[in-house]
Design a protein around this ligand. Sequence first.
Ligand SMILES: [Zn+2]
Length: 54
Amino acid sequence: MSLDQRLLDVLVCPECHGTLTLVKDELLCNKCPLAYEVRGGIPIMLVESARRRS
Ligand SMILES: [Zn+2]
């Protein structure tokens, strides 16, 4: 499963507007501890659905 690099370039964290790094099937925020699931190639960009990394 891969995500379009151009899409990745325009996506930012909805919480802090930080840039994101795709790791396996998650988009990890580079500024805050949130991680957004990518489900079927679609990133779930919802703070409520995000995983908080410890
Ligand atoms: Zn963030």
